[in-house]
Unconditional design. Structure first.
Length: 402
């Protein structure tokens, strides 16, 4: 402990020159660095230059007494130890010293041993505070380097926000609770976060960025939010999801996406009796197009056909490439009769289009309304049968399952 005490810097304030000189000699046996001041005003000036660990001050002094100096010091540093020395005749200042939040009060005359013990006692709190401050700085540096948002919310206020958070909000200060909440399109960010599912705490800011939230409840009043910017990851995940559900050539849905939609609408029918119908169609004599003009032209025909159909259907309809030159269209809340009308209109629209190099093409259509008593496998067997019947009947026609 004594080795650590020697590293402390003490400010000793005393107006009596003889007493000041004597105490300087005594204090040099305890610490290596001592700052001396003849009154509170001079002591306050030395303190404001920084680096002081412990203050020992007399009370009665000209210019500014020790308690007045202590009051000024406490405004800027509520933790620095202040030891007040006083003669017996000045014991009336004891209550005032307590009001000034002094650390310790010593009556003169003061022995070396008593002074050394007192310094060692307060030194422990100094070392502890220095260690805590060092730890705080280390943690602050680590948190500021972190590129996510780190926010400590106490009750309904923002107690702490890291540097990256300040940069995102660009306010020149930490945001208020309301500002922080509104940034994430909510009135209460705490309620919003706690309502999110634990395995998928994603939230989007008004800056268009996506954040994965890791909340940590410190106590009943305190919540620590660590928010990682995962915008690129979310975008890439969405992109991969779209790619996995999209036909690479035509850009419409693929069979995987259609199968998902089919299961969803089947469940809607079984639960809520929401009817739907499906149109299955393909391009007549498509093999002849590929053989005559090449696959590049065939691909061009497929893409133009999908664009024609897409401009003619509802946004709620599910249009997908079933395979090769075959397509499928799911029509929510549509019975077989109206689905047949849609198929007839598409057939006529496709037939009047001109396709580069190929000229005109036709398509054959099978139409069916899904019934709850059918399995999906049987349903598509009927659709295939209707499409086959349209082909056998001469193509360029629509056949509805009765």
């Amino acid at each position: 402990m004594m080795d650590q005490v020697k590293d402390l810097k003490i400010l000793y304030v005393e107006d009596d020159a003889t007493m000041r000189k004597m105490f300087e000699q005594v204090l040099k046996k305890v610490v290596e660095v001592i700052y001396l001041a003849k009154d509170g005003k001079e002591g306050l000036k030395i303190f404001e230059q920084g680096g002081i660990d412990i203050i020992i001050t007399d009370i009665s002094m000209p210019e500014m007494n020790g308690l007045e100096m202590a009051e000024h010091i406490r405004k800027s540093d509520p933790n620095i130890p202040i030891i007040v020395t006083s003669s017996y005749s000045e014991s009336k200042y004891l209550l005032e010293a307590i009001d000034r939040d002094v650390t310790s009060y010593m009556l003169k005359p003061i022995s070396y041993d008593l002074l050394r013990k007192k310094i060692e006692q307060v030194a422990h709190s100094v070392f502890l505070e220095k260690r805590l401050e060092r730890n705080r700085k280390v943690m602050q540096s680590a948190i500021d380097v972190y590129e996510g948002l780190v926010v400590e919310i106490v009750a309904d206020g923002i107690e702490f926000a890291n540097r990256h958070c300040l940069e995102v909000f660009d306010l020149g200060r930490k945001p208020t609770f309301k500002e922080f909440s509104l940034f994430f399109n909510t009135e209460d960010i705490v309620a919003q976060v706690e309502a999110l599912p634990e395995n998928d705490r994603l939230i989007k800011g008004v800056n268009g960025r996506s954040y994965r939230v890791n909340p940590s409840r410190i106590d009943e009043q305190t919540l620590l939010l660590i928010m990682n910017d995962v915008t690129e990851m979310v975008q890439r995940t969405d992109e991969l999801e779209r790619e996995s559900l999209t036909d690479a050539l035509t850009g419409i849905y693929n069979r995987k996406k259609f199968d998902r939609s089919l299961i969803y609408f089947r469940e809607s029918l079984l639960r809520y009796n929401i009817k739907f119908s499906v149109i299955l169609f393909d391009i007549d004599h498509f093999k002849r197009i590929n053989d005559t003009f090449g696959h590049a032209v065939g691909d061009s025909v497929l893409k133009q056909l999908t664009q024609t159909v897409q401009t003619s259907i509802r946004t709620t309809d599910v249009f997908a490439r079933w395979g090769g030159e075959e397509f499928v269209l799911l029509l929510p809340e549509t019975d077989a009769y109206n689905a047949e009308t849609v198929a007839q209109n598409l057939k006529n629209l496709i037939k009047i289009q001109r396709y580069e190099e190929v000229g005109r093409i036709t398509c054959s259509f099978g139409v069916a309304q899904y019934k709850a008593d059918r399995s999906l496998e049987d349903f598509f067997k009927q659709l295939d049968g209707a499409l086959y019947e349209a082909k056998e009947a001469g193509r360029d026609r629509v056949v509805r399952v009765r």
